[in-house]
Design a protein around this ligand. Structure first.
Ligand code: BG6
Length: 301
């Protein structure tokens, strides 16, 4: 697999549609420009940092304070959390949300389908470094499909001889006009774990999710499509999913925004995370030789 930038560009670019260059912090990225949409994907973390459908406005949010550095996660876009979510239970030294968002992924293929969708497939495999924190042999493939919809498919294969389990999230950050005026439907009737209230399990009831304080919730046992309603930008964003049994909704609000070095103190009204995931009791177990697939499809209404 080519890793050198010039080699990558030589090997995988599609003239006028896909090119590779050095992005922020000198990190390698793929830039996709097609009649259907534009997108930007960093190999660091296999991180989609931008998506804009033709004639539409940017969908994904990235902090102006984000790191673009090796060993630090990008704040915004769609971080991949794997193989654990949040702080690792019983281990304060392991990175939050796993190592996948800190590793450089390899480009496997880039192609454009007859209907104009551009697909980039990135891969990551267990190595000496991942074995130090997580002993399992795995390979992961991430399909980024850029078209009228942004489709993200994460496939994790067990390359070892014993079953293992893991958590995962496609931790999407969306741009909103004002999060206080936005709402998320699709989670009615679910139970959520309220990380802001001692991990209590609470019913969502019949109401849409609205943000009126720091919000950090894991909605359990839900496969529902979420719809983000944004009256300020006058649009809706659909997040449909497959192979995912939990959904996290997060907004850091005022104090937490100030406390995070890679998040602007006044940026919180402009974003909301709706995360397609399998976390906690919804973690995935994968048998030797088997592959687990999780997907999100993000579209603008
Ligand atoms: C969310 C978690 O998914 O990610 C929050 O539920 C966490 O608890 C947030 O604060 C951001 O995490 P990080 O590691 O990117 O700062």
């Amino acid at each position: 697999m080519p890793t050198d930038l010039a080699e990558l560009d030589n090997h995988f670019s599609i003239p006028g549609v896909v090119r590779f260059d050095a992005g922020k912090g000198g990190l390698t990225r793929a830039l996709i420009t097609s009649p259907l949409a534009e997108a930007e994907v960093y190999l660091h973390g296999a991180h989609v940092t931008a998506y804009r459908p033709a004639k539409g406005e940017p969908v994904l949010w990235v902090s102006g304070k984000s790191w673009f550095e090796a060993n630090k996660p990008i704040r915004g876009g769609v971080p991949i959390c794997f193989p654990w979510f949040g702080a690792r239970a019983g281990d304060a030294t392991s990175p939050a949300h796993g190592f996948a968002r800190l590793k450089d992924w390899a480009v496997e293929t880039v192609h454009q389908t007859a209907d104009g969708v551009v697909e980039i497939i990135l891969s990551l495999a267990a190595d000496e470094q991942t074995h130090k924190t997580w002993p399992h042999d795995f390979s992961a493939r991430y399909h980024v499909r850029v078209g009228k919809v942004l489709e993200l498919v994460l496939r994790v294969r067990n390359e070892g001889r014993e079953a293992f389990d893991f958590e995962e999230a496609l931790h999407a950050y969306f741009t909103v006009g004002d999060v206080r005026k936005a709402s998320v439907t699709g989670l009615e009737g679910t139970t959520y774990i309220d990380k802001m209230d001692g991990m209590k399990h609470k019913p969502q009831g019949a109401d849409a999710v609205v943000i009126a304080a720091e919000t950090d919730r894991v909605h359990t046992q839900t496969r529902a499509t979420c719809v983000l309603h944004d009256p300020v930008l006058g649009r809706t964003i659909q997040v449909a999913k497959g192979g995912s049994d939990s959904t996290v909704v997060w907004n850091p609000w005022i104090a937490k925004s100030k406390a995070m070095a890679d998040f602007g103190a006044d940026e919180w009204p402009g974003m909301i995370c709706i995360e397609t995931c399998n976390v906690g009791d919804q973690r995935v177990t994968v048998a030797p030789g088997e592959t687990a697939e999780m997907r999100a499809a993000i579209g603008v209404g």
